[in-house]
Design a protein around this ligand. Structure first.
Ligand SMILES: NC(=O)c1ccc[n+]([C@H]2O[C@H](COP(=O)([O-])OP(=O)(O)OC[C@H]3O[C@@H](n4cnc5c(N)ncnc54)[C@H](O)[C@@H]3O)[C@@H](O)[C@H]2O)c1
Length: 359
């Protein structure tokens, strides 16, 4: 606002207008209508008013007479030694004024969008909502969560293996992976992290179990975006916005159905779920990702077999891409799964080499 007035005063100097009312008359003759702030005596109005004023002011400077005045002021200014400095000052004023305009334009848009956003309703444009939500910082996004009891990443403890495990480890220790693994017991829809993985079905249109919980917590716009993805094959992964969830993204993957037993095909498909989900996270710069126990519910994959496919795939991915992820969280919902992961994690993410006895 102040900068726009400084630009106006430079116009007045250039055109030797002595009063603001003359400037206003000139601007109005060129079709510029100042709704707020610039006309004498009127109080500064909302950002929108300044935006209209500034956008119309831009039109003003394109009319021939005013452009001629503007050019002549530039010529006079640049001919004298002091003129060069005046030009720089004027350019800076206009430059910063443009910045102020863009800033107020952005603030106006964001404020308007925040006011109209309703994540409890299927009405509204999911694409516009997604772009808006993904543009926000974590703090700004909190006003749109559909839950109040969320778990920030810094409250999710890092899993540190205790040295001295008796069993032979499946992988050697890799200290680059220290502080990258968490075991969290609870509801994945509460995690305030970059991405949560959904154990979905091929329609991607929701269902029960963790899939149902995620859709309920995200709100109806999640289903609208999912519908635009036209399904997902077993082992594949597709990413959407988290909408009303504390998680920024949801990565939907479809696990293998293993009611009839687990063969190489089911093992391969389950590993693909974890690997493709991690790839989708890395591609979208989602640096903290949580997995439920994919396929071990309705799809019937035995948890004591699934845990090995899950941990092996995540270990191998992190060995190769440890720079792409800060945290991988295994989110267990059943006490039996918590015990299983506590027992199995040290095999894939071993502690410091156990100190051999000196005796
Ligand atoms: N479980 C059900 O009653 C039910 C019914 C219809 C569809 N589904 C879903 O089941 C199919 C996929 O089977 P699945 O075995 O991969 O998934 P799942 O049946 O959801 O089970 C996967 C794992 O997620 C766990 N889980 C459930 N809720 C949560 C939660 N809020 N936070 C963290 N973990 C949780 C669950 O204990 C299990 O270990 C899909 O059709 C999907 O829609 C589930």
């Amino acid at each position: 606002m102040a900068l726009q007035i400084s630009a106006l005063f430079s116009y007045m100097r250039a055109s030797r207008c002595t009063t603001l009312s003359r400037v206003r008359a000139d601007f109005q003759a060129a079709g510029v209508r100042f709704k707020h702030g610039v006309t004498p005596g009127s109080p500064p109005g909302p950002a929108r008013g300044h935006i209209n004023a500034a956008l119309r002011a831009e039109k003003f400077f394109t009319t021939p007479t005013n452009a001629a005045i503007w050019r002549s002021s530039q010529v006079k200014a640049s001919s004298s030694p002091r003129g060069w400095l005046g030009k720089v000052v004027l350019g800076a004023a206009l430059g910063v004024s443009t910045f102020a305009l863009v800033q107020s334009l952005h603030t106006g848009t964001v404020t308007a969008m925040a006011r109209k956003l309703n994540l409890n309703s299927a009405d509204g444009d999911w694409k516009e909502t997604k772009d808006y939500l993904l543009s926000l910082s974590v703090t700004d996004r909190r006003q749109h969560y559909r839950t109040s009891d969320f778990v920030p990443l810094h409250d999710i403890s890092v899993w540190t293996p205790t040295a001295g495990g008796s069993e032979k480890t499946v992988y050697p220790r890799n200290k680059k992976l220290d502080n990258k693994i968490s075991l969290y017991s609870g509801d994945i829809t509460k995690l305030e992290i970059d991405a949560i993985v959904n154990a979905a079905n091929k329609t991607l249109l929701g269902g029960g179990g963790v899939d149902g919980a995620i859709h309920r917590a995200a709100g109806p716009m999640l289903k609208q975006e999912c519908a635009s993805l036209h399904g997902c094959e077993t082992g594949e992964a597709k990413i959407t916005c988290g909408y009303g969830l504390p998680a920024k993204y949801v990565i939907h993957t479809v696990g293998p159905v293993a009611q009839g037993g687990v063969g190489d095909e089911e093992k391969k498909a389950l590993r693909s779920c974890y690997k493709n989900s991690l790839n989708a996270a890395a591609k979208n710069n989602a640096r903290s990702v949580a997995f439920p126990c994919i396929s071990t519910g309705v799809y019937g994959y035995p948890p004591e077999q699934a845990v090995h496919e899950a941990l092996a795939t995540v270990r191998e991915y992190l060995d190769e891409h440890h720079d792409k992820l800060d945290r991988v969280i295994f989110c267990v919902f059943l006490p039996t799964d918590k015990e299983l992961y506590m027992k199995t994690l040290p095999l894939y993410f071993p502690a410091e080499d156990t100190v051999k006895s000196k005796l």
